[in-house]
Design a protein around this ligand. Structure first.
Ligand code: RAM
Length: 695
């Protein structure tokens, strides 16, 4: 195609800069306004300083990524690797601090170097080898995440950072979050870079017509390299802030950030075809996405609804750019994409799409009112509910409860008991958590609950050190904290609802393993994560029992599986290959028991057995098949029930430190040892009794 190269360049120079306050900017502004109106009506404490500060804290990393992404897209490219690079930078930083004893300052410097290097790698492949950006960054998307997983073995989670480093992500300068200066600086620099500098102008021209840019004497390759290296730098800065904010560094940090960043950029009016972009638009795009999630949570909507609406917004935003994204897999045809016809079609579809989102948002008001009405208590004062008599002065207590992961059958059963107690006690129960185990997500949800002003937070803690900081903050702001299943640090909570004594659980598991092994032999443990307190306590007691009673048995290895069945399956296969002497797998988190048993079954090894902590329903086939010899557990419904009973009594002043017992509804008097509220003793399911249970 013969594009009118020279006129295009001069026209584009005249048109620059577009700052996003055109028509798409106004529509986006309207959308943000509607979000604010809707959520300030239906969300608790939405229009508060604390919430504004939290929004800023939670979204700084995304803004940094999106700013850099704007430049990349304006230059006609795309960077799908930013989320993975965030994960890699986070774990490299964690490793440098924990294992290589670097000071945080030195580790930050090296992490930023890594970011620039990885960004430059993208840039070199694209600019010098002329491989399409989508292909290159799809490759590095996998490469960077793979390296992060390699460094951590997929399960290591770096925590315990110095408090002066954590201040960067959790501290305040007066009333402002510590991230604010970085954010203002980054937005200002990128604004001037894109809208007021020769480099921004050059990137726009490259995105508009790369060949034309070359003829105009622009060093195209160098500018593209600059854009990607800068993207890498911003990602690594974001990674450092992320680690400081969540207090931990895991290989899955930043998962999905690339999609949110691209969506924010496109939503903000930047053309996915390149050539035209807006920094203010990008910032507004991030805000539109962030408000959705934040507002829904504060309005107590089921978190799934927030996910659905966020998904719709992302589809709309990405849908607007889809044709351009596809074309980024080829080269040399970009000029065709800039026909006037195409440009106006895009604008119209942008407007239409945003109108749809606005209409959907308006529908939320109706839905919100419905939820509000539903939450009005219809129980007349004086009516006895459970073992508490509500009085006219009673305010409905809100208990916010979080499992390690919502998808785990163990916690699904806990939820049933929690809901039963909530109904009996006439309280509001919020249930939310990560879909799969994700300690950083647990931190974010706790933060939202603090802003929301719930009465009690009840949580099963995935990462003890990481979440304890957030829980301490909750206590400082007057929220009571109860942990259940897996504990936080003692000063981060009021009480811990303990499934059974760790010594009881550990000893029983070891006894079952010994029964399957005989006097001599090796066994292996599959745990959930290395940072969960309950898992580590149980391992300690398994080892103690083995040393005391079974000197002929040897623990060959401990492998974490992230509380995921598929991962437990893989880990067991690895153990069977690497340690052929291992004859018993002790799986101490519920998804690991069927995962390990399936791996043993598929290996064809008849000499290997499984014992573990799991649910009867998950394990029946393996118990009947003779692979799993013993499954230990407690009544998980009762655990959820007791946790909500304890939380409510705590909020009502009926549970105080030093108390020796607690009256817990249908469970009767429950013993309190120190600050541990004890559920009972573990129970063993085996071939003889497992069919009598259905959970
Ligand atoms: C896992 C959870 C929980 C553990 C149970 C037995 O699913 O991690 O913490 O107690 O299994």
């Amino acid at each position: 195609m013969s594009a009118p190269t020279k006129p295009v360049i001069s026209t584009s120079e005249q048109q620059l800069p577009a700052t996003g306050f055109g028509r798409p900017g106004l529509v986006l502004g309207g959308l943000i306004l509607i979000e604010i109106l809707v959520f300030s009506t239906i969300g608790t404490n939405f229009l508060s300083w604390a919430n504004a500060a939290q929004l800023l804290r939670l979204n700084t990393e995304l803004v940094l990524l999106a700013l850099a992404m704007t430049l990349v897209i304006v230059a006609g490219g795309i960077d799908l690797s930013v989320g993975s690079l965030l994960g890699l930078s986070a774990v490299v930083f964690g490793k440098l601090v924990r294992d290589a004893n670097f000071s945080p300052g030195a580790a930050i410097a090296l992490t930023l170097l890594l970011g620039v290097g990885c960004g430059a790698l993208n840039g070199l492949l694209i600019a010098r080898l002329r491989i399409p950006p989508l292909i290159v960054t799809l490759g590095t998307f996998s490469l960077f995440r793979g390296l992060a997983e390699g460094i951590t073995g997929g399960v290591d989670n770096f925590t315990n950072f110095q408090s002066n480093f954590l201040w960067l992500g959790q501290g305040f300068i007066g009333p402002f979050p510590a991230q604010l200066p970085v954010l203002i600086l980054a937005i200002t620099v990128f604004y001037f870079l894109l809208h007021r500098s020769m480099i921004g102008r050059a990137l726009s021209v490259i995105g508009f017509t790369p060949d034309g840019a070359k003829f105009a004497g622009i060093p195209v390759a160098r500018r593209i390299l600059f854009a990607y290296a800068l993207s890498g730098l911003m990602v690594s800065i974001a990674a450092v802030l992320y680690v400081a904010r969540v207090g931990q560094a895991k290989a899955d940090a930043g998962t999905g950030y690339e999609i949110s960043a691209i969506a924010a950029v496109v939503l903000g009016g930047t053309s996915i075809f390149g050539g035209r972009g807006s920094i203010p638009g990008t910032v507004m795009g991030v805000l539109a996405i962030a408000l959705l999630e934040n507002g829904f949570r504060l309005a107590d909507f089921p978190p799934e609804i927030a996910g659905i609406f966020k998904g719709i917004l992302l589809i709309v935003a990405l849908g607007m750019g889809a044709p351009g994204l596809l074309r980024l897999t080829t080269s040399g045809t970009r000029q065709d994409l800039h026909s006037n016809l195409e440009k106006s079609t895009m604008r119209n579809s942008q407007l239409a799409a945003l109108c749809v989102v606005i209409l959907l948002a308006a529908g939320l008001i109706v839905l919100g009112n419905y939820v509000l009405l539903k939450n009005v208590s219809l129980v007349p004062a004086g009516l006895t509910v459970g073992d508490h008599k509500p009085t006219a002065a009673d305010r409905k207590i809100t208990v916010a409860m979080m499992p390690k992961s919502k998808g785990n059958a163990y916690f699904i059963a806990c939820r049933k008991g929690a809901e039963e107690a909530a109904k009996e006690l006439d309280i509001n129960l919020l249930w939310d958590g990560p879909t799969d185990p994700d300690p950083a997500r647990q931190n974010e949800i706790v933060d939202t609950w603090i802003t929301r002003g719930v009465d009690v937070i009840v949580v099963s803690v995935e990462n003890r050190d990481g979440l304890s900081t957030a829980l301490r903050k909750a206590r400082q702001s007057g929220v009571k904290v109860v942990t259940f299943d897996a504990d936080a640090l003692p000063d981060a909570r009021d009480f811990f609802v303990n499934s059974a004594t760790p010594s009881g659980i550990g000893s029983l598991l070891m006894d079952h393993a010994a029964k399957a092994l005989g006097d001599q032999g090796e066994f292996a443990i599959i745990s959930a994560s290395l940072t969960a307190a309950n898992q580590n306590e149980w391992i300690k007691w398994i080892k103690a029992r083995q040393a005391e009673k079974y000197p002929g048995l040897k623990l060959a290895t401990i492998r974490p599986c992230d509380d995921l069945q598929a991962r437990a399956f893989e880990e067991t296969r690895t153990i069977l290959n690497a340690h052929p002497e291992v004859k018993v797998i002790v799986a101490i988190c519920s998804p690991a028991v069927p995962g390990a048993a399936e791996a043993v079954k598929q290996s064809g090894r008849k000499d290997v057995k499984v014992v573990g902590l799991g649910l009867p329903n998950d394990n029946k086939p393996y118990v009947h098949g003779g692979i799993t010899t013993a499954v230990v557990l407690w009544n998980t419904m009762d655990l959820g029930y007791l946790a909500v009973q304890s939380a409510t009594k705590l909020a009502r002043g009926e549970l105080k430190a030093g108390q020796a017992t607690l009256r817990a509804g249908r469970l009767g008097q429950v013993e309190i040892v120190g600050d541990n509220i004890m559920l009972g003793v573990p129970f063993t399911f085996d071939k003889g009794n497992i069919d009598n249970f259905d959970f």
